[in-house]
Design a protein around this ligand. Sequence first.
Ligand code: SF4
Length: 484
Amino acid sequence: MSKLKTFYIKTYGCQMNHSDSERVVTVLIETGLKEAERMESADVIIFNTCSVRQSAEDRIFGLKKNIRELKTANSLRIMDYRLPITVITGCLCKRSWDDSIPKTAEDERKYIRTLKRRMPWADIILQIKDIQKLPELITGKLPYHTIKQPSNYLVIKPTYRSEFSAFIPISTGCDEFCTYCIVPKARGKQIDRPAKVIISEVKDLISKGYKDIFLLGQSVNSWKNPENKYPKTFTDLLKEIDSIEGNYWLSFLSSHPKHFGKKLIEYFASSVNAGLKAIRNNVPHSENDHIRPYLNLALQSGSDRILKKMNRRYSAKDFVEIVKSLRGKIPGLKLSTDIIVGFPRETANDFKETLELIRKVELDMAYINKYSSRTGTASSLMEDTVSWGKKGQRDKKANKVLEDSARKRNKENIGMTTRALITKFNKKEQTASGKTFNFKDIRIKLSPKAVVAAGEFVNVVVKSTSGWSLSGSIVKGNAPQMHI
Ligand code: SF4
């Protein structure tokens, strides 16, 4: 190990991958390596990959030139590796590897060979669940299948990247099998973490002063306690975490409409409203009042015909009903969603229904993506009927409708006062960036000489909006008109 001193990690994709990277960092630090600030000065480079879209995979395959240059510039060798040792982990590695089928050494070699053909510059390719094998792989060059995996990788204590905000996976993998999605193949079946482990992690973070807790899952609200005892359901888990005393906020993502039942709606609204009351009274959050008025509820399409082809198992009406019910109870709720445009056989009329739905529910934010076929998914067997140009046009149109909706929603915040969490302080410009209780980005103009710290709660009055985000300034003392 003596020659290997530093590592650098580059993470692609969703929050789940970022959270996984925090565990990879722990493994490497415990191996004795230090984190380098730049890729160029690292002995080991880890790419935690995403394969949700073709463009995400292409970005990894396109690293060839950079890695070759780095290796050419470095004359050091460790065993067969020329430094820097490049490691590929994350979703790209699991695509063609089914854990339910027993493997031989030959299977393993075949699998690695397939990936190596695409990434000849990669020294080590391993699934994220096997990340505890990494120290032995970079030091001993042992065959992948011969190293015993000590335990479920989620037991590794993450090295949190922030001192006030933390992402906690409550499950990994997914059992939904939406026809376009590679995640069930890339991450495997859904594995839920036991409630007591999650709750203890949250308690620990809160005791250390963390202010912003995010529970993560591909379909977060389908979590069930594997120990089959209370808290059994996601709503139970949310209640238990929310009952932990402290001045912090709690969010969860991403939610599947199919699992968003009445009990969850009721509890979500009651906690948010208790939190708003605390903010109005200008007192810290305490118990059962931490949930942010923010929800990411994945829609994907406004057309029932397309939702069926996607195997989403809810209708556009179901989605609207959930939103209507929540907005009736929480008017300031920030609603974001995920939308795919140009799914196979999406007609102009199907797309029109998606646009109408965006207008109807008045989205605050959406992650709109052009459909791209992923080998190994059910939809990859469907004819990709919408041309790339047409997908581009639909993407543009949907973003325009979204922007109008977001601007309208943000304008409604002007003049209101709320609590915001500072995420960055810029002393030179006397400004700060933050997130409001309902998860909107806010730029705060500070008075001369005012000092704020990242991770601090402040009361702010919203003065304007640029469309996507808010601007405001700090208000002192009681702020009785707070209602977002
Ligand atoms: S819910 Fe559907 S889209 Fe989301 S990760 Fe699971 S299979 Fe993919």
